[in-house]
Design a protein around this ligand. Structure first.
Ligand code: TYM
Length: 335
């Protein structure tokens, strides 16, 4: 088993990243059998596909690395690095951009969402973003990629690219990767609007729980979270058409390791005034230890830089072997 996943250093980590991805990364790392490997990286190359501030990128890259360590990613067991330090990602992305088809990329919903009405003004990198993401996982021959549901389409593209490259070149080089998506909480929604996903780029901080929020801030955000006036149903099926209610029930279910049905059964007939304090307590209990460790780690930025440099060296050793095979398969002359 070879696990690979990444996260963009844009803004702060939030509950969607936590329940959708990072918590799973830690679980999978801890369950690795001997011989298994895990690679987790900060996707700084992806972060520059939209306008950015260099100082803020450096800050966010360190902060996310620290948050991953605070969350339980162990840099001894897993390979933790920032993507830009491993040039093979960008090099493979070029080769794979000659495999991927325009029509495939035209179907990517994230590009449509992120470019909005200004398609012509979007960077070329934003359009080819999913090809770089395919390179990120294929360069390590990942077998499993733990992600939130919003990344499913990109992973399907990575599989298509892997299969087409192998077929075109007549090789068995790339392994089509399996996405691993948490079933109870495939997509965490904004606390202000149950139809939008919780996101680092939402201008309202009230829309998300950040990993760095204080217990008071968490309680206040949950108190103010949008709900509806209906009581909770006896089973999760009764939440249909109530996205905010569904979201809060899903979050509590994920935090307490239960099904949404069991949460509904407990609160059946009661309003959200009963569920919200229980949810806030569960959030504080889960996130407070992480944010405390994070604050301690941020006091030592040199240590974080050293961890990333060492991770990058280990990652390069694996990525370089794949690139050598790619050069041979494509027909590039050896030096
Ligand atoms: P990013 O940085 O937006 O998010 C990191 C991880 O968090 C998950 N996630 C969510 N899950 C559930 N609900 C939400 N509201 C939510 N918001 C974010 C994402 O699914 C993701 O798993 N393109 C990727 C980064 C990336 C990558 C990769 C991932 C680059 N290369 C290779 C996997 C493999 C992204 O922007 O994730």
């Amino acid at each position: 088993m070879r696990i690979v996943s990444g996260i963009q250093p844009t803004g702060r980590l939030h509950l969607g990243n936590w329940l959708g991805a990072i918590r799973n990364w830690v679980r999978m790392q801890n369950a690795l059998e001997p011989g298994g490997q895990a690679f987790f990286f900060i996707a700084d190359l992806h972060a520059i596909t939209v306008p950015h501030d260099p100082a803020e990128l450096r800050r966010a890259t360190r902060e996310i690395a620290a948050a991953l360590i605070a969350a339980g990613i162990d840099p001894q067991r897993s390979v933790l690095f920032n993507q830009a330090q491993v040039a093979e990602h960008a090099e493979l992305a070029w080769v794979l951009s000659c495999t991927a088809r325009m029509g495939w990329l035209n179907r990517m919903t994230q590009f449509k969402e992120k470019s909005g009405k200004d398609r012509e003004g979007a960077s070329v990198g934003l359009f080819t973003y999913p090809v770089l993401q395919a390179a990120d996982v294929l360069v390590y021959k990942a077998t499993h990629v733990p992600v939130g549901e919003d990344q499913k389409q990109h992973l399907e593209l990575a599989r298509d690219i892997a299969i087409k490259f192998n077929t075109d070149m007549g090789v068995e080089l790339f392994v089509p990767p399996e996405p691993i998506i948490p079933p109870e909480t495939p997509r965490i929604r904004s606390l202000r609007d149950g139809t939008a996903k919780m996101s680092k780029s939402d201008p309202s901080d009230q829309s998300r729980i950040n990993l760095t929020d204080t217990p008071d801030a968490i309680r206040q955000k949950i108190r103010r979270a949008k709900t509806d006036p209906e009581p909770l149903p006896a089973a999760a099926a009764g939440l249909e058409g109530r996205p905010e209610a569904q979201n809060l029930v899903g979050i509590l279910a994920a935090l307490t390791g239960r099904s949404a049905d069991s949460v509904c059964a407990e609160f059946a007939g009661q309003g959200f005034a009963a569920l919200k304090p229980v949810l806030a307590d569960a959030l504080v209990a889960e996130l407070a230890p992480v944010s405390e460790r994070l604050r301690m780690l941020l006091a030592e930025p040199e240590r974080i830089d050293a961890v990333l440099a060492e991770g990058a060296a280990r990652a390069r050793a694996v990525a370089a072997r794949t690139l050598a095979e790619v050069h041979a398969a494509v027909g590039f002359l050896k030096p």
